[in-house]
Write a protein that binds this ligand. Structure first.
Ligand SMILES: CC(C)(COP(=O)(O)OP(=O)(O)OC[C@H]1O[C@@H](n2cnc3c(N)ncnc32)[C@H](O)[C@@H]1OP(=O)(O)O)[C@@H](O)C(=O)NCCC(=O)NCCS
Length: 175
């Protein structure tokens, strides 16, 4: 499955042929400022392989984001992440430094939110964000998320948890 094209963007599955673009994106120290370190080419390849597994297991993952003219923008999509030991569906996004500040992350993330809510039928969607990552928090706010109590991510680091609830938790739905 894929989110539909947006006004300016299209999303598609990544393949191993995207390694150059993904290595440049995830190897950029500015794009990775809120991660432990920029990714090496091998780590970028592993990132692609992780998403190939995500597509096979779930039908979704992080997708390549391109302009409608075919220019590489970054990645955005839906993956399962653990926060406070609980698996939650997360929207994630990375945009090439040169193309930041044009609303692309918000546009792609909104399409992924709609897919999570309307096609996958998720109860909720979260964004797990390093506390200092103001741009990422703003993207989450712009797609309608609100802040929860801080959590602890898989790597043991404190994170800001933003979320949207799409329907009441199971058991609370009206009969
Ligand atoms: C987060 C990121 C994807 C945003 O991409 P983008 O395409 O520039 O985002 P948008 O253009 O949709 O902008 C979203 C909002 O963030 C704001 N913003 C962007 N950079 C900001 C900054 N450094 N400080 C404060 N606000 C910022 C924008 O002004 C915009 O808000 P506005 O419309 O109210 O003005 C991009 O900065 C990025 O790739 N960061 C590195 C990777 C990363 O941290 N990903 C998230 C991991 S949780």
């Amino acid at each position: 499955m894929l989110p539909p094209d947006t006004a300016r963007l299209r999303l598609r599955e990544m393949t191993r042929a995207d390694v150059d673009a993904m290595a440049a994106l995830l190897g950029d120290p500015q794009v990775m400022a809120h991660y432990p370190a920029p990714k090496t080419r091998d780590e970028a390849r592993a990132w692609i392989d992780w998403n190939l597994t995500n597509y096979a297991e779930h039908g979704y993952g992080l997708w390549i984001v391109e302009t409608r003219a075919g220019e590489f923008v970054g990645d955005c999509g839906l993956t399962w992440q653990r926060v406070d030991g609980v698996r939650r569906l997360e929207v994630g996004y990375h945009v090439r430094r040169e193309l930041q500040g044009r609303g692309y992350a918000s546009e792609a993330a909104a399409a992924c939110r709609d897919l999570a809510r309307d096609v996958i039928g998720a109860d909720e969607l979260v964004a797990i964000i390093a506390p200092a990552n103001v741009a990422s928090r703003r993207v989450a706010e712009k797609i309608g998320m609100t802040r929860e109590a801080d959590g602890v991510g898989d790597g043991g680091r404190t994170c800001t948890v933003m979320s949207s609830k799409f329907r009441p938790p199971r058991g609370l739905a009206p009969h």
